[in-house]
Design a protein around this ligand. Structure first.
Ligand code: GDP
Ligand code: MG
Length: 442
């Protein structure tokens, strides 16, 4: 983790007023390692380091910042800029229907993302959306689009494996025009690896349709390999944007930087789950934090806001930050919110790596399916017991277990988990999340 790595180096640099080639050399090595660990492709890392060096050398170290903090600031800013600064939405400014062509390798997430984006446009922008599949090689792929389109509440234009992609596209476009659709998504076939036939086909479709958006969909888990794929598609097609999928997984996010670097095209959206709600606008600044191993605090907060009552979310984040007064009521609240936010695993992804590991130890035992039982047990406690868990001696535990219809051991297990979580909360305050975030601002 970059923050930890730099902390070591930074110690040696106190009291220096300026970033020089000498004093940043060691730090840049750490940055380089962090980027490689985050799966950024090597040539991209080299370019990036050169850029940062250019920017950093000679810079004054202002105020209370250490040179290390100043450098992390430069790195973070530069990463953010490289990934496109501000998020840019979809461009639909064409004669209707606005055509959106989806391209990418098989399994990248084209079909899923088509439905996600269709849902997004329908629900947020009240667009009338039609989707068609030109994936004639895998009949199951056409069926899949039909299914997810129905789930997304958008219309589906049928096609079959016997048709030619060009004919399907022409028929769908004609239908979309005659029925006044605002948007037409054209989902295409992908192969497992780049091949000439696939490239020729998608090129022909592009020439035929002249889409206003030509989106390249890429799996963030591809890491380094994302570079070659992105390059091939970018050479073949005038792409207008990139969608990075499966960011809910272990991907460290390096693919974002690599793909942006080789295509120069904006990263528009991020896929963050298999469900059709698992889509968000791409946030370069957060991705920069993720790549640097800072975790995605802002994302956590935003997700919390989306899924739960805003006030409660604010309280929770506040408590996480302060680590104070965390009692069983909060524990219950936290567990309920985790359930709404898609379970422990999705929450843990959002925390900075070191806290994530801690929380994993403590809360990992909280299987999503046992959440309701935990809630049941806490419900059986009196309000006083919830705020003062230390009151819970044997007789009270027996009463609670009976009330919740569980064994006393289960009550004990819950109290253990609570204590572990409380410890994590204290770590949050001691570890100085605020301090860390300040370091990032550089
Ligand atoms: P296509 O071959 O490019 O059309 O890819 P699909 O849309 O069929 O997606 C391939 C697999 O990836 C499916 O199992 C999807 O559910 C899954 N998938 C797509 N996007 C995401 C995402 O953002 N997160 C996760 N976890 N899975 C995704
Ligand atoms: Mg597909």
């Amino acid at each position: 983790n970059l923050t930890q790595r730099l902390a070591k180096v930074v110690k040696n640099l106190r009291g220096q007023a300026r970033l020089t080639e000498d004093n940043i050399a060691e730090m840049l090595r750490e940055v380089r390692m962090a980027l490689l660990e985050a799966d950024v492709a090597l040539p991209v890392v080299k370019d990036f380091i050169a850029r940062v060096k250019d920017r950093a050398v000679g810079q004054e170290v202002v105020g209370s910042l250490s040179p290390g903090q100043a450098l992390v600031g430069v790195v973070h800013k530069e990463l953010t800029e490289l990934m496109g600064g501000q998020a840019s939405g979809l461009n639909l400014a064409s004669q209707p229907p606005a055509i959106i062509l989806m391209s990418g390798l098989q399994g990248a997430g084209k079909t899923t993302t088509t439905a996600k984006l269709g849902k997004w446009l329908k629900e947020r922008q009240k667009k009338k959306v039609l989707a068609v599949s030109c994936d004639v090689y895998r009949p199951a792929a056409i069926e899949q689009l039909k299914t997810v389109a129905a789930q997304a509440g958008i219309d589906f234009f049928p096609s079959t494996g016997e048709q030619k992609p060009a004919d399907i596209a022409a028929a769908a476009l004609d239908h979309a025009k005659r029925h006044y659709y605002d948007v037409l998504f054209v989902d295409t076939a992908g192969r497992l690896a780049i091949d000439e036939a696939m490239m020729a086909e998608i090129k022909a479709l592009h020439a035929q349709l002249n889409p206003i958006e030509s989106l390249f969909v890429v799996d963030a888990m591809l890491g380094q390999d994302a570079v070659n794929t992105a390059k091939a598609f970018n050479d073949a097609l005038p792409l207008t944007g990139v969608i990075l999928t499966k960011l809910d997984g272990d991907a460290r996010g390096g693919a974002a930087l690599s793909v942006r670097h080789v295509t120069g095209k904006p990263l528009k959206f991020a896929g963050i789950g298999e469900k059709l709600t698992g889509l968000e606008e791409f946030h370069p600044e957060r991705m920069a934090s993720r790549i640097l191993g800072m975790g995605d605090i802002l994302g956590l907060v935003e997700e919390a806001h989306r899924n739960v009552d805003q006030e409660k979310a604010k309280d929770l984040v506040q408590k996480m930050k302060s680590g104070k007064g965390f009692d069983l009521n909060d524990f219950k609240e936290q567990i309920a919110q985790m359930r709404k936010m898609g379970g422990m695993s999705s929450l843990l992804d959002k925390l900075p790596a070191q806290f994530g590991a801690l929380a994993q130890q403590a809360g990992g035992a909280v299987e999503d399916k046992s959440i309701r039982r935990i809630e049941g047990i806490i419900n059986s406690m009196t309000p006083l017991e919830r705020t003062k868990p230390e009151l819970l001696k044997a007789s009270r535990k027996r009463r609670i277990a009976a009330g919740a219809g569980v064994q006393v051991q289960e009550v004990n297990r819950l109290l253990n988990q609570f204590e572990q979580t409380q410890k994590v909360m204290k770590q949050f305050s001691k570890g100085g999340m605020a301090k860390m975030m300040r370091g990032m601002k550089g």
